[in-house]
Design a protein around this ligand. Structure first.
Ligand code: G6P
Length: 369
C-alpha cells in the first residue's frame, strides 16, 4: 500500500498532488490548440441537436454535486441556458418538469452511486437525454447514459474526493464552452481567451500545492476549534460548500458554508471571539459586498482568513491573514480556490491524528440507497 501511495503519507495527499496532471488529462485532446476552441469528439449527438436544449438539470451527490454548482454558474453565464442543480436522492423522488428540450447531466466520480444512477434511470424512462460526466470507464453510469464525457483523472482512492472534483469542474468548463460555440453565445475571441487561461490552470494548481505553509499553519491552529465557517458569494459560495464538506468529512470539525450576504439572517449569531471564518473574496463584481460581510464577522470577533486574487492590496486591511490566488479569469477561480481548502481539511485532519483516507462512517462509493 505504501508503494501505491507513491511516497506520500496518504492517498489524499497523493491525489491532491496529482491534480495538475489530472486536469491536464481532462483537457487533453478536447482543446484545439491551433484554433483555440473546444472539441468534444465523444459526443454522439449532432451539434444541431445539442443546440436545441434550453433547460439543463445537473444531478449528483456530495462533491460531484458541488462541481455541478460551479457548472451551473458557468453554463448560465456562457450559454444563457437555465440550469438547475439537484441532489440525486431528492431529484429521483421528485416529479421533474421535463420538456423535449431538457438535457440532464449526471456527475459521478465512481459512476456507481445508487441515487445518481436511479435519477439517471428515471430520466431515461421519461425519454430525457442524459449526459454523464464520470471518471470510471465501464461504470454503470457510463454504460447507461446516452452520452459520456470521461474526466480521465485516474483512480481516486481516498474517500474525500479531490482530483475528481477539479477534473469534473474542468469537464464542465469544456462542455459549457462547447455548448456556447454551438449556440453561438460566445464570440470566438472570448472562447479563445478562456481556453488560453484554462491551459495555465495546471501550473497554477501546482504552485498552490507547493506553497502550502500558510494554509498548513492555519489548519494546525484549528486543533481545538469546534466550529468553522466559510463565507463567499456566487462562485466563491459554491466553492465554500466544497471546502466545508471536505473539512467535515476528514477533520470532524463542525462547519458551515454560508452565502456571505445571508449571514445576517441567522448564522451571524454564531460568530463570537476567535471563531475561525474563511472568507472567499475572489469575484470582482461582488467583491465590495463580500468585504462588507467580512467586516461584520470581524466586528463580532471572528478570526478571518481571506482568499483574494494576487495583486489585491485591499483585503489585508479587513482580515487577519490573506491567501493570494494566482490571477485567472473570475469564472475559472473555483478550480484554484478549492486547492487551499482541500489542504486546510487535510492538515486539520492530520493535526488531529485522524485517518485522512478513511474517515469514520463514510464510504468512497455509496452503492446502496
Ligand atoms: C460518497 C463519497 C464522496 C462523493 C459522493 C458521490 O459520498 O464519499 O466523496 O462525492 O459519494 O460519489 P460519486 O462517485 O457519485 O461522485
Amino acid at each position: 500500500v505504501q508503494a501505491e501511495k507513491g511516497g506520500y503519507d496518504s492517498f489524499m495527499l497523493k491525489e491532491m498532488h496529482e491534480q495538475p496532471q489530472a486536469v491536464r488529462d481532462t483537457m487533453g485532446a478536447r482543446i484545439d490548440e491551433e484554433n483555440k476552441r473546444v472539441i468534444l469528439p465523444e459526443l454522439k449527438m449532432s451539434d444541431a441537436e445539442l443546440a436545441t436544449y434550453d433547460r439543463i438539470y445537473i444531478v449528483a451527490c456530495g462533491t460531484s454535486m458541488h462541481a455541478g454548482l460551479v457548472g451551473k454558474d458557468v453554463i448560465e453565464k456562457w450559454t444563457r441556458v437555465p440550469v438547475e442543480v439537484a441532489v440525486a436522492s431528492e431529484f429521483r423522488y421528485r416529479d421533474p418538469i421535463y420538456t423535449d428540450k431538457t438535457l440532464m447531466i449526471v456527475i459521478s466520480q465512481s459512476g456507481e452511486t445508487a441515487d445518481t444512477l436511479a435519477a439517471l434511470r428515471e430520466a431515461k424512462k421519461s425519454n430525457v437525454k442524459v449526459l454523464a460526466i464520470t471518471n470510471v470507464v465501464g461504470s454503470s453510469v457510463a454504460r447507461e447514459a446516452d452520452e459520456v464525457i470521461f474526466t480521465w483523472a485516474g483512480p481516486e482512492v481516498a474517500v474525500a474526493s479531490t482530483k475528481a472534483y477539479t477534473s469534473q469542474v474542468v469537464a464542465l468548463y469544456l462542455f459549457s464552452l462547447y455548448l456556447a460555440q454551438v449556440k453561438g453565445t460566445m464570440a470566438a475571441a472570448e472562447v479563445a481567451e478562456v481556453v488560453e487561461h484554462l491551459s495555465e490552470i495546471p501550473g497554477k494548481i501546482a504552485s498552490m500545492l507547493n506553497n502550502d505553509d500558510q494554509i498548513r499553519r492555519f489548519a494546525e491552529g484549528t486543533k481545538e476549534v469546534s466550529s468553522l465557517f466559510f463565507i463567499g458569494r456566487s462562485l466563491d459560495y459554491a466553492v465554500s460548500l466544497e471546502g466545508s464538506l471536505k473539512l467535515k468529512e476528514i477533520s470532524y470539525i463542525h462547519s458551515e458554508a454560508y452565502p456571505a450576504g445571508e449571514l445576517k439572517h441567522g448564522t451571524l449569531a454564531l460568530i463570537e471571539d476567535n471563531v475561525p471564518v474563511v472568507a472567499l473574496a475572489t469575484q470582482p463584481d461582488i467583491y465590495e459586498k463580500t468585504v462588507s460581510n467580512i467586516v461584520e464577522v470581524k466586528a463580532r470577533g471572528a478570526h478571518v482568513l481571506g482568499f483574494a486574487t494576487e495583486g489585491n492590496h485591499d483585503l489585508a486591511k479587513s482580515v487577519d491573514e490573506v491567501i493570494y490566488m494566482p490571477a485567472t479569469l473570475p469564472m475559472l477561480t473555483p478550480i484554484l480556490t478549492v486547492i487551499p481548502l482541500q489542504l486546510l481539511a487535510y492538515y486539520a485532519s492530520v493535526a488531529r491524528g485522524l485517518d485522512v483516507d478513511k474517515p469514520r462512517n463514510l464510504a468512497k462509493s455509496v452503492t446502496v440507497e
